[in-house]
Design a protein around this ligand. Sequence first.
Ligand code: GDP
Ligand code: IMO
Ligand code: MG
Length: 424
Amino acid sequence: MNKVVVGAQWGDEGKAKITDLLAQNADLIIRYQGGCNAGHTVVAHNKTFKFHLIPSGILYKGKTCFIGAGTVILPEYFEEEIQGLIKEGIDVSGLKINPLASITMPYHTEVDGYSENTATKGKIGTTKKGIGPTYTDKMARIGLKVQDLYSPELSEKLDIILPLKNKTLKEVYGLKTYTKEEVLALCKKYAEIFKPYVCFDWQKVLEDAKRDKKAILFEGAQGVMLDIDYGTYPFVTSSNPIGGGAATGSGYGPAMIDEVIGVAKAYVTRVGEGPFVTELTDKTGDKIREIGHEYGVTTGRARRCGWFDAVIMKYAVLVGGLTSIALTKIDVFDTFDEIKVCTAYKDTRNGEIYTSYPTDVFIHKYLEPVYETHKGWGQDITGITEYGKLPENAKKYLARLEELLEVPISIVSVGPDREQTIFK
Ligand code: GDP
Ligand code: IMO
Ligand code: MG
């Protein structure tokens, strides 16, 4: 069975924990989109590992871990991540980079930083890792791919890219321009960084895995609501975290996918700007943040917290192509008397009720959540590993979410550790 792990909310749902669990039974793990904007935490062997770009499957020996064609790579950050893993004694020999992955150049991070620092209205709150500008150049067909670093035609390619790039850097942003010599020197450095990992025969590796019916795990970053096409645009990232993204970013098509597991928290968090209808700016929000340790892995920013939102989740099931849900962090509610679930939005201008997700995010400021309230279970569930042993109120809560979302909850996570997991 080939599975995709997709974030079902605004990222940080606990995807890495679920990917790590599923990676045990996978042979080939492919990260299909995003870059080092991601921050993925895995707790294993009493250690906490933080990943940005490298698939967390690398923690298991003998797995092939691909950084797929749909990703963007910031070379210096990649090197730092690799060195960190090597220092921890992790064998990184299974890591491979698809030569079609895109490269984040210094001018991309500079433009990202500039746009964020100077925005007054419409600030996105990006991770400033150059993600948007790198994908912009890829789509504009003036990006650099990993394979270009080793091409004898690199100089010719730069003659096409650089005049355009420098004109925008100077005239639009008032930023530093780059000489061809500078860029060639950077490319030489990057070629060395990637050399041990670039897999020029990636087609053969993928073909062999397909023929031999190897178990493939597609690893997503970010989440459906940050998807460039379906998320809370423009407050999104610049790639396709949805299940369909696995079919474009990995090198395999959709027929290779058997299951799409959407990872969702029992509540919702968001980092950065953008609408968030169930956001709690009161003490309850603070309580969720403190108990759930809701601070960003990549930027350290405090995550905005709110109640579970079945409206966005139903939407995520549809557009994300989710076939089941892994519900994480349900233990965060162990001390809560009441737990709310948003089942619809009410438009404060005219009383209209939305049960489907309204995609024009500029009207979200007029929306308020319609909640139903569930009783808490008032006990520590972090040691429970069997569904039947969960308190009745927790089971009722899970059953209600399944009813609302119309997909099964196949995994329930009750703590960060590998062991703190219930397979239903
Ligand atoms: P990702 O980006 O989706 O992989 O998620 P992050 O790693 O950014 O954030 C999820 C955080 O929640 C990490 O610190 C995890 O160790 C932690 N975590 C994952 N699952 C659970 C859970 O079921 N309960 C609790 N309390 N923490 C969890
Ligand atoms: P993981 O994989 C949460 C958010 C940023 C910002 C928006 C655009 O750990 O779930 P970008 O730097 O991508 O251009 O920023 O997307 N964002 C994330 N939020 N988790 C992530 O990754 C994120 N990656 C990007 O905060 O709002
Ligand atoms: Mg994260």
